[in-house]
Design a protein around this ligand. Structure first.
Ligand SMILES: *Cc1c(COP(=O)(O)O)cnc(C)c1O
Length: 418
């Protein structure tokens, strides 16, 4: 197996750990910028200007969001905190897509105050939004095709997913919104997560394009943009390939020319809200081996845990691991663990890795999306720092590690006897 790329070698990483103790996340700015540019370039034919609204939840750090924005992306927010982050970065208006579900009025209000595009998850939210905040001029709906579309491993079968409106509800929803004063309309769907098949996204576009034409013909609703959602996958597993975005783009364009143009729905803008594919491969969890243990299996224990990277424990997700400086060494089979009192706190199970000694650094790959952001504090574990490897090669801490004061900040010790 060829060794996976890491942006720093062992000596450079060891130097870094003198300044920033392990564990920490390391993000590669240059690679993320290059990747964002590739994404934009792939869809540059789109009339009205393609935009990816970066899913903030994937890596909600202002330094990273700032340069993603410089690359021309907007922000897809799904909670008040994510809206507040966008606001702090000076982002306003239709640069923000608010795609939420089970949404409290307060969060809609924040989105309205910022002038964000509001993407409703249910037909009942039309009245809810209207009563609490009024009806915006521009409104978008999230479509759930149910049994009309085959499922995907993470989101599952559309008909069992909690998101979106049924087809019938969708038609009713546009009419309702229009009667309440909405004048501009978007159409959204997100039916996949971490999907690697380019045809899946091309097919999603076809499905939405047909709906756009139907909405125009049946209701005289002119859709201004379709949002194909996020969910483009990355090759976590060895042997997988990245999604060829140019292929996706060509496939989408073909349907555009065949459906939208003759359907008198041209020009239609196309946007997406991908997070993972933008940053995922360019973030690394750097951790140090602090124990080895030989019982019925061979274990190496790290100073990170599932509280830092939940995906393996939560989804059984595979994340490649590099032992820097040991490429080519004789291999052994290990379970790589963290310290939570949970047996699923394992970064890898039965993984062939170069022989590991206590003190070795491990680099866990593909942590640039849904990595640090899914962190939690169970067992009193502290979320780790985030370090940015800047385009000029220097590094900067862009989030400090939590400390015990942070952890206990919400507790009240004052009423205790002793
Ligand atoms: C999580 C999410 C995304 C981003 O998903 P990725 O897998 O990171 O591309 C986009 N849109 C919505 C509505 C989401 O919930």
């Amino acid at each position: 197996m060829p060794e996976r790329h890491i942006p720093l070698n062992r000596d450079e990483l060891e130097n870094l750990t003198e300044k920033y103790p392990t564990p920490f996340y390391l993000y590669d700015e240059k690679a993320i910028r290059k990747n964002a540019a590739y994404m934009n370039e792939s869809f540059k034919w789109v009339p009205g200007g393609y935009k990816n609204y970066y899913a903030v939840k994937a890596l909600p750090n202002p330094y990273v969001l700032e340069f993603i924005r410089e690359e021309g992306m907007g922000f897809d927010c799904s909670s008040k905190a994510e809206l507040l982050l966008a606001e702090k970065l000076g982002v306003r208006g239709e640069e923000i897509m608010f795609t939420s579900n089970d949404t409290p009025a307060e969060e809609y209000q924040k989105a309205m105050d910022l002038g964000a595009i509001i993407n409703l998850d249910d037909i009942s939210h039309i009245d809810y939004l209207n009563e609490h905040c009024g009806m915006p001029e521009l409104i978008c709906f999230r479509y759930n095709p149910g049994p009309l579309k085959k499922g995907n491993a993470i989101i599952g079968k559309p008909e069992e997913a909690k998101y979106g409106l049924t087809r019938d509800q969708l038609f009713e929803a546009y009419e309702q919104a229009r009667s309440l004063g909405a004048k501009r309309f978007g159409l959204h769907t997100m039916v996949a997560s971490n999907e690697l098949d380019p045809d899946y996204f091309i097919e999603t576009a076809r499905m939405l394009f047909e709906l756009v034409v139907e909405l125009r013909e049946k209701l005289d609703i002119q859709i201004e943009f379709v949002n194909l959602g996020g969910g483009i996958g990355i090759p976590y597993n060895p042997g997988e390939n990245p999604v060829d975005l140019e292929k996706v783009s060509r496939g989408v364009k073909k349907h555009y020319d065949e459906i939208i143009v003759p359907g008198n729905a041209h020009p239609l803008n196309i946007v997406t809200e991908n997070g993972r594919v933008v940053t995922g491969p360019y973030g690394y969890l750097v951790t140090r081996v602090i124990h080895e243990k030989h019982t019925y299996k061979d274990y190496v224990g790290t100073d990170a845990s599932m509280a830092n990277l939940m995906r393996p424990g939560m989804y059984g997700a595979h994340h490649e691991i590099t032992v820097p400086g040991k490429n080519g060494a004789a291999e052994k089979t290990y379970d790589v663990t963290g310290s939570l009192c949970e047996n699923n706190d394992k970064f890898a199970i039965d993984r062939r890795l170069p022989e590991i000694e206590v003190g070795d650094l491990l680099v866990i790959h593909d942590g640039g999306a849904h990595g640090h952001s899914m962190g939690f504090n169970y067992n009193g574990k502290l979320r780790c720092a985030e370090i940015l490897l800047k385009a000029d090669g220097s590094t900067r801490q862009i989030r400090r590690a939590e400390n015990y004061d942070d952890l206990f900040a919400t507790l009240d010790f004052s009423g205790l006897e002793s």
